[in-house]
Write a protein that binds this ligand. Structure first.
Ligand SMILES: [Zn+2]
Ligand SMILES: [Zn+2]
Length: 420
């Protein structure tokens, strides 16, 4: 019969990679807790409208990449393609804006995008997501960069760039829109079909186009950065000053725009040349209008997401200390009864014990212990039980000794011998 396999772009995560995922999670928890963030678990499935209204209907994510379906009740639902939308929904639904002056929250989990799978990019991928609501001062922008820096240090990742830009506010964007329309009007014939549509709906999105021809056109375009209003310029200057104060080097990339509509002012990407064409593995920015646009009170917001798969690719290989282990070889029914007793004691003392589930010959069990690379083997057969002893064989030195058949004594010897 044909075996059932995972969907394209979906996969199992196990072994060394899963170990890295756990390390990432642990390092992230450490610094997010230190800076006052608390975790929220969000649903994976939400109303499609949530993503259309937050991310923007002219974005690639909403137009092409969401797993969207109509459920039995006739509602359009989507698997979350990112976490900010759900965080904003939760912030409003849980009424946090009414009870807290500022809210620092984070979440970790799978996201879903129907993209062409490529190296380090899957249709089900994992993100750490960090959001702050209620702080409009640029100090928080810098604090998030500081948190990212500590987090990457903890993971021994040092080869990366922090690229920053300001995409301005409504005011500066409105004046830039006119400049942009004027520019693209002269280059219309060079734009792809998608971009011609974007030109009507949201010309800023043309900067996201991956079409080489469009990239050449946008390379010549005027920059939003040069149209920033005074407030946005001051915000960006202060942000840079604070980041420098934290002792962190950033690079201003005036062409950096993020592929979502909701960003305002500061945006940033953490990139690595070790990742190939799509270099970003963390990205984020400010979204000062989003909470209000979603029906809440005017509340500043800022956040970032970490691509866990891509981050794991950047982590150095760990050399793990081998764990010393013990195998229990028991022959005969009476010895087998002792297995449960020993297993109970070892488990509560934190000693990993290996053994065979099947009643096998001593020779077979010793071969098995050798395969498992156990350092010690306890041997208990009828002879040993008669003499009220257990044989302890050291597999490295090949020497053996007899211990009294006393569980406390055995445990204390194992603890002693197995400690690294
Ligand atoms: Zn502005
Ligand atoms: Zn295009």
């Amino acid at each position: 019969m044909e075996k059932i396999r995972t969907l394209r772009g979906f996969r199992d995560i196990l072994g060394e990679e899963l170990g890295k995922f756990r390390d990432i999670e642990e390092a992230f928890r450490k610094y997010s807790t230190r800076l006052g963030f608390r975790q929220i678990e969000l649903p994976i499935l939400e109303k499609t409208e949530l993503f259309v209204r937050t991310i923007g209907d002219a974005t690639d994510i909403v137009e092409k990449e969401m797993f969207t379906f109509i459920d039995a009740g006739g509602d359009s639902l989507s698997m979350r393609p990112e976490a900010t939308a759900g965080m904003v929904r939760s912030y409003l639904q849980e009424g946090l804006y009414a009870t807290e002056r500022l809210t620092k929250v984070c979440t970790i989990g799978p996201m879903f995008r129907h993209e062409r799978p490529q190296k380090g990019r899957y249709r089900e991928f994992h993100q750490i997501d960090v959001e702050v609501f209620g702080v409009k001062e640029p100090l928080i922008d810098a604090e998030l960069i500081f948190m990212i820096r500590m987090f990457l240090d903890e993971l021994d990742i040092s080869r990366y760039h922090i690229e920053v830009n300001s995409v301005g506010c409504k005011t500066c964007r409105e004046s830039f829109r006119g400049i942009l329309l004027e520019f693209f009007a002269t280059r219309k014939s060079e734009l792809c079909e998608d971009c011609l549509r974007r030109l009507e709906k949201n010309p800023l999105r043309i900067f996201d186009c991956k079409n080489q021809q469009c990239i050449r056109v946008t390379a010549d375009s005027p920059l939003l950065f040069n149209s920033l209003c005074d407030e946005c310029r001051d915000h960006f200057d202060l942000f840079q000053k604070y980041v420098t104060g934290f002792g962190i080097k950033i690079e201003v990339n005036k062409r950096l725009v993020r592929g979502l509509d909701y960003y305002t002012k500061t945006v940033f990407e953490i990139t690595s040349d070790d990742l190939g064409a799509q270099k970003a593995f963390m990205a984020g920015g400010r979204y000062d209008d989003l909470v209000e646009e979603m029906g809440g009170p005017a509340t500043a917001g800022i956040g970032f997401a970490v691509g866990v798969e891509r981050l794991a690719m950047l982590m150095p290989q760990k050399t793990e200390e081998p764990v010393r282990e013990c195998f229990f070889a028991c022959i005969g029914d009476r010895a087998h009864d002792y297995l449960i007793l020993l297993l109970k004691a070892c488990s509560s003392e934190g000693i990993p014990l290996k053994y065979s589930y099947e009643a096998k010959s001593l020779k077979a069990q010793m071969r098995y212990a050798d395969n498992l690379k156990c350092d010690l083997v306890l041997i208990l057969g009828d002879d040993e039980i008669e003499k009220n002893i257990v044989t302890l064989r050291d597999m490295t030195g090949k020497n053996q000794e007899e211990l009294p058949l006393n569980i406390d004594h055995i445990i204390s010897v194992l603890k002693n011998r197995l400690s690294p």
